[in-house]
Design a protein. Structure first.
Length: 273
């Protein structure tokens, strides 16, 4: 009877395609889609449009990267104290952090950008009196500020979940060794929390790359801003095709680099299995 069970289990297992075969099928499907799109678009490509605006596209993608990496980097610095306030037993700190996170996660990024950009213009005299109008009159700086506040809220929730997911025994072991609260947090809790948060933080970075396109609405000449300019002058829809292609390449490069970073930082977990 055990032989029959074993053989039936082997049969059911063999029916499932191996992981490498499934990956090969997925790559073939993606390649087929790319080839089909290329066969449809390439014969009608307006190479004069490419030659005329390619330099501007490259400048635009650089501005996009500046927007994204500055806002995500500063947002990461902002997220940790907000996450700690969210976990704090002090009611006022918890309420402030909860209100900030609720607002920036519950409202559209476009509405936030308009609120800061056009709202600052209503207080230009007050901002001039305190010496801040030079910052709020520049669309690029306003976009960075808005994106920072938005991604900071999302990263704070990611870090809060990562910290709460760690076993309580980690802190208890550190306390048993005589470590105080903050050394325990920075040397024991925080490094493990960042390992847990790696994947959602990577997703947040990719979402910000795609979401940064709305900066063009307030006249920032990022990739989408340059694309809108190219379309307004040429009335050729291919301007948006090249923008989509560059966004796709940027996201794919960041995704692969983040995967390598995650493998590098979690290699000790693979050895422990």
């Amino acid at each position: 009877m055990s032989e029959i069970t074993a053989s039936s289990g082997a049969t059911s297992t063999s029916r499932k395609p191996p992981a490498n075969r499934q990956a090969m099928i997925d790559r073939f499907v993606v390649l087929a889609i790319v080839v089909a799109l290329g066969a449809w678009i390439i014969p009608d490509i307006n190479w004069r449009l490419v030659d005329r605006y390619w330099d501007r596209y490259l400048e635009g993608i650089l501005v996009t990267f500046q927007l994204v990496f500055l806002s995500v980097g500063v947002g990461a610095l902002l997220s940790l104290p907000v996450a700690l306030a969210r976990l704090s037993e002090r009611r006022w700190a918890n309420l402030l952090a909860r209100g900030y996170i609720t607002f920036f996660r519950g409202t559209p990024l476009l509405a936030q950008l308009f609120l800061v950009y056009y709202g600052a213009g209503q207080f230009n005299e007050s901002l001039q009196s305190v010496g801040l109008w030079w910052f709020f009159r520049e669309p690029f700086y306003v976009a960075i500020l808005t994106f920072t506040l938005n991604t900071g809220a999302y990263q704070a929730e990611i870090m809060r979940g990562a910290i709460q997911s760690l076993p309580r025994g980690q802190v208890e072991a550190a306390e048993a060794l005589g470590m105080t609260r903050w050394p325990t947090f920075f040397k024991v809790v925080l490094p493990q929390a960042y390992v847990v948060a790696l994947r959602p933080l990577g997703n947040e970075l990719i979402l910000m790359i795609k979401g940064s396109a709305i900066a063009s609405i307030v006249t920032v000449l990022d990739l989408m801003g340059v694309t809108s300019l190219a379309y307004a002058r040429s009335f050729n829809f291919q301007a948006f095709f090249w923008a989509a292609l560059l966004y796709l390449i940027a996201v794919e490069v960041v995704r692969r680099l983040w995967d390598r970073l995650e493998i590098r930082l979690t290699r000790h977990l693979a050895l422990a299995r």
